[in-house]
Ligand binder design. Structure first.
Ligand code: BGN
Length: 398
């Protein structure tokens, strides 16, 4: 028979073990360890990213496609359609983001059956409260674009937005100009639809929390407040890079973005300064929600650091009304309505102007061999915009 004394001993031992377990579990990161162990016993998911189907509310991040599968292709008749709720019931919080090899655009397309030609979407079961265009400047980043589309489409669908994705592709090999491409994106997207908000989005930034809603605020919004490369903190107070959101009114009030920042750096700071020069403020989501993972890469070819950026930035107060949306000159080369996005290829010239020197004859060879200001090879191939402003519309699909 167990004596009274040893029964107490067992009770104390039991309580002691419980205390140790509780202390271990309450240490930071215990959820991660617990989900890790749970995952070992779970059946792997048959999604593209095999085995990474976390619960939507999971701390380590849920599968961005988790709660979209029940959405049906049959749109409700317009008369019966009600506005979507103010807060989408599909929102799940943190999203698990990883970049496995082997993902294809065809897979992304299959995962997004409700996205229509040109990368447009509207909720099938309610009338969206917001209409958002996503503008993505692009060149030689097809690999990043694939991942961004994989995450961005379901992210926006979970927010019950009516949206369209526009890729603004800089033609030729001349130095990249992110801000000017944004100006092109603004004008071309607004030409197509009456968007009430525009998100200017880097191609290599993946949002990690769907509570970071892609709708505009009363002031221009800097959405990418917490990026992994900056330790999920704002690198400096006036930082306005990565992802920002403006209404058409905000955009025009600050005369859009500068056209003359060629190469890396400074243009986002200029845009930030424009916000305050136009009498507005920068709004931001919380650090907890405005989180982004950057796809790691080296500095691109054709996007060298811009040595003039310090001087230019010092003059924004004098230049913002003279250079911007009111002076953006470009030629649209093609507009393709692809299954997952609208692809706008544009010739934006050089710092010397759109056609500072006459383009060389067609037979002159490769684009790199031409003088800096010449139109790139594919301007001739695809047919540049005609003088009357008409653009070749290419409905081909990749
Ligand atoms: C800043 C760059 C930004 C860039 C961020 C983050 C400049 C201007 C000189 C003051 N600004 O330093 O363009 O987005 O770093 O990388 O270089």
């Amino acid at each position: 028979m167990v004596s009274f004394q040893s029964r107490w001993r067992y009770l104390f031992m039991f309580l002691g073990i419980q205390l140790v377990v509780m202390a271990l579990l309450s240490r930071e990161g215990y959820q991660k360890r617990v989900t890790y162990f749970i995952r070992i016993f779970r059946k792997p998911d048959a999604s593209v990213f095999s085995g990474r189907n976390h619960s939507a509310a999971g701390i380590s991040g849920g599968d961005v496609y988790a709660n979209l599968s029940h959405l049906s292709k049959n749109h409700i008749h317009a008369d019966e359609m009600h506005y979507c709720p103010k807060t989408s019931p599909l929102i799940g919080g943190p999203i698990h983001v990883s970049f496995p090899s082997g993902l294809t655009l065809a897979q992304v397309q299959r995962k997004n059956p409700l996205v229509v030609r040109g990368g447009h979407y509207r909720p099938p079961d309610c009338e969206a409260r917001h209409r958002t265009a996503i503008i993505i400047p692009h060149r030689h980043r097809e690999h990043h674009l694939k991942f961004l589309l994989y995450y961005l489409h379901p992210f926006l669908q979970r927010q019950q937005l009516s949206y369209g994705i526009y890729i603004i592709h800089q033609a030729g090999n001349y130095t990249f100009n992110r801000a000017k491409l944004m100006n092109v994106g603004f004008r071309e997207a607004m030409r197509e639809e009456d968007w009430d908000c525009l998100f200017f989005h880097d191609v290599d930034l993946i949002p990690e929390d769907d509570r970071n809603t892609y709708v505009c605020d009363a002031n221009p919004k800097h959405a990418a407040i917490a990026m992994d490369k900056f330790g999920y903190k704002l690198p400096y107070k006036m930082y306005f890079g990565g992802v920002s959101a403006l209404t058409p009114l905000h955009y025009l009030k600050m005369n859009g973005f500068p056209n003359n920042y060629w190469g890396w750096g400074g243009e986002d700071d200029d845009i930030g300064v424009r916000v305050s020069l136009a009498g507005m403020y920068i709004s931001r989501p919380s650090l907890k929600v405005g989180r982004y993972k950057m796809i790691k890469h080296k500095l691109d070819k054709g996007n060298d650091v811009n040595p003039k950026r310090f001087n230019m930035l010092a003059k924004t107060r004098q230049t913002w009304k003279l250079d911007g949306m009111n002076t953006a000159e470009y030629e649209i080369i093609s507009r393709q309505y692809l299954p997952l996005y609208t692809n706008i290829t544009v010739f934006i010239g050089t710092e010397a102007g759109l056609h500072a020197t006459p383009p060389p004859p067609k037979a002159a060879g490769k684009a790199e061999a031409k003088p800096a200001a010449a139109a790139p090879a594919n301007v001739q191939e695809k047919g540049a915009a005609k003088p009357d402003g008409k653009v070749k519309e290419d409905a081909s699909e990749k």
